[in-house]
Design a protein around this ligand. Structure first.
Ligand SMILES: [Zn+2]
Ligand SMILES: [Zn+2]
Length: 135
């Protein structure tokens, strides 16, 4: 399935081919800053099938964390578009809210970092909920 998406101000656009995606909701404390407080919904696909079509993103990596995620932002409107982590090489995580048709996500298959879940977060509908990461 081919999908497209982009940031809030429309300066950054991307395209991706989605095949056997990992559909994750992450409750980690870091994601809460970026999501507005809730879990962060991501579609994990092969990084080879993702490409920026237009605009240049700023990538941010926290210097004080061991093996930090790299997070791509629009430098104009601040939308967080995608991330990658050295813990899962070769995978790019598209932030579902940036898809032109976010409804294609349907639901998360995996809930991770439940250890950081806030009392106001809804309980995940998936049975696969992990304190941190699976495995
Ligand atoms: Zn933007
Ligand atoms: Zn997270």
């Amino acid at each position: 399935m081919n999908v497209e998406g982009g940031c809030f101000c429309k300066q950054v656009r991307y395209a991706a081919t989605v095949k056997d995606p990992m559909k994750v909701q992450c409750h980690c404390r870091e994601c809460q800053y970026i999501s507005g407080g809730g879990p962060n919904y991501s579609l994990g696909i092969s990084e080879d099938s993702f490409t920026y079509l237009q605009g240049a993103v700023t990538s941010y990596r926290r210097a004080d964390l061991e093996a930090p995620a790299s997070r791509d932002f629009c430098p104009h409107c601040g939308t967080h578009l995608a991330s990658s982590t050295p813990k899962i090489p070769g995978v790019i995580w598209i932030k579902v809210g940036t898809l032109d048709h976010p409804e294609m996500f349907e639901k998360a298959d995996l809930a991770i970092f439940m250890i950081d879940k806030q009392p106001f977060h809804d309980t995940p509908t998936t049975q696969s909920a992990y304190e941190r990461l699976p495995g």
